[in-house]
Design a protein around this ligand. Structure first.
Ligand code: PRP
Length: 229
């Protein structure tokens, strides 16, 4: 049974009661993260899957879930309004938040890559423009490569940028490779593999060590089991 969040009766700060608050990313990671928690023994009701609620309480397990944009999960955890959360490595690198990354959940596997139109010639490009949702990550990468670039921050549909002349290359997540292919782009550099991580607020880890350790251990068992099968 879930309990509707009610601001009248809910504790002012969930961290003050016995609840463990977990920030979950809405979108493509959500389903996999939910599956992992269920397999770790958390009974999460079916209505969880297609709910539009942003706060879902599971009183039996003393759990509260906050559903947020993937890029915001580390922010909630850093500020301590969520004790823990699930965040992609891409988001962790981009956001550089002060949180503990305690477990590689090995879900939502993909990678970060540079892509361009097949006709693009990097050698002939003296002032390359790079479009991305990840300006910090991209800037760090090109700095390491010793390449001077201009970063253009976009919020989505990154593949559009080279097609309409906004940028020469893009830095983005590649999962199946379909978006690149269907938009006639080719990968020019593979940057780094990405998976989702279980992250924890440092103060919560001290105050709620037993509960958090229990969750980490349960998740770890499922992840390790998957790795062996
Ligand atoms: C992500 C990413 C790519 C696409 C890659 O976008 O930014 O566009 O998925 O997946 P693929 O390799 O399986 O095609 P998302 O769908 O999250 O939406 P966005 O463009 O709004 O960021």
């Amino acid at each position: 049974m879930t309990r509707n969040y009610n601001p009248e009766t809910a504790p002012a700060s969930p961290n003050e009661d016995n609840y463990l608050t977990v920030a979950m990313p809405k979108g493509r990671i959500f389903e996999e993260a939910l599956g992992l928690l269920r397999r770790a023994g958390y009974e999460l009701p079916p209505e969880f899957d297609d709910s539009r609620k942003l706060i879902i309480d599971v009183p039996e397990a003393e759990l509260r879930f906050i559903l947020s944009k993937p890029m915001d999960v580390p922010t909630y955890v850093e500020h301590g309004v969520a004790d823990a959360g699930v965040a992609g490595k891409d988001v962790m690198i981009e956001e550089e938040r002060d949180v503990y990354e305690v477990l590689d959940l090995q879900i939502s596997e993909c990678y970060m890559a540079v892509a361009a139109l097949p006709s693009y010639d990097s050698k002939a490009d003296i002032a390359p423009k790079i479009a991305t949702k990840y300006p910090n990550l991209a800037a760090g990468y090109f700095r390491e490569q010793g390449e001077q670039v201009e970063i253009i921050k976009l919020n989505g549909s990154i593949e559009l940028a080279p097609l309409i002349g906004l940028a020469d290359r893009i830095v983005d997540i590649v999962s199946t490779g379909r978006t690149l292919k269907e938009n006639g782009l080719v990968e020019t550099e593979t940057m780094m593999p990405i998976t989702s991580r279980f992250i924890v607020n440092p103060v919560s880890y001290r105050m709620k060590a037993e509960r958090i350790d229990d969750m980490v251990e349960r998740l770890e068992k499922v992840v390790e089991g998957d790795g062996q099968s």
